[in-house]
Design a protein around this ligand. Sequence first.
Ligand code: MN
Length: 418
Amino acid sequence: MPLMKSWVESANTADCPFPLNNLPCGVFSTDDTDARCGVAIGDMILDMAEAEEKGLVSLAEVALFDVPFWNDLMEEGPETWAALRARLIELLSEGASERDQVEKLLVPMADATLHLPFVVSEYTDFYAGKHHATNVGTIFRGAENALPPNWLHIPIGYNGRASSVVVSGTDVRRPWGQLKGPDDARPHFAPCKRFDLELEIGAIVGQPSDGPITVQEADDNIFGYVLLNDWSARDIQAWEYQPLGPFQAKATANTISPWIVTKAALEPFRTDTPEREVELLDHLKDCGPMLYDVELSVSLAPEGKDATTIARTNFKELYYSAAQQLAHHTTSGCPMNPGDLLGSGTISGPEKHQRGSLLELSWSGKEPVQLDSGETRSFLEDGDTLTLHGAARGDGYTIGFGECAGKVLPALDDPYKR
Ligand code: MN
């Protein structure tokens, strides 16, 4: 599919992240308006609350967009999602008859503040990247025991905290926690010294389920995708993670990009998962291409310095698709709801520069990463700004995700000082 041309001129360049082919869903406010739903087109945002109020978009008996979240639209279901996309393409295409009315409802993105695009009902984080799991397993347990025995059979995950999910641009404070190094006689309470990122994609569940669903049904229930940085305290994690998995190491913050890129926009970029090393049980088997060819990168900017790209990888490097993760999530009968967020797990590729965390890039501090500023990093320093980028490259157009950025603030002096 080629670039679809819009009368919004800024949307028609090959490298614009928000062409008519994309139409991602966000929540924005301005000096004059409360937070409400908007759709990105070029360097503008279409005010969806106004478009609905003016009768330009009419999808349900009730108003869907004069709220600071997309959950209501998600609940309406796939037919409504498709009707919305079709109507937006009609309104924003080159030569659209209602251009004059729609043009008045465009807000320059530069004047808007972006908010979390949906209410995160619950948050689960998976561990579905084989290169990452192999690297981390090798670092923590040695090459012999790198992949746990269950890894090639189920997408491993843990239940995270919805309250930890923040939108791009939110500062992230270095956490304190209980630490115990291999040579320490006893644990101590101190600021994290090995603060890290995890480059992930978050899948957003758009439809409820109340019992086991198939991989195909799971794919049908996914509304869209965001970039996700799972900020990780490696020293807290190393001490706490056995036997129930990460807890406080992963609860400080999870930053997501502000625009939900819909499954429909990513349709031309579907790819298969990598070859299975062991046959999956029937209920988790692939039933079509459910990963996506999305280029991903991470940049790190020390305070006041230029950013260096420290990793480049691709969404298609995952071993399990989000649909497989969601299907597995429901096998117990676990109910899923619109607004459920599923982190993919760190997406690393096979090469060293494709590693999606500093733990892997610096091999646990043994091989510090060189920055353009002349500094090196094994883990994050105070003042560092971390930014994730994502782009699917089509024929003369780009499907962008918007930035997923956060700056590390220093730890508090003493969080228990009253
Ligand atoms: Mn993670």
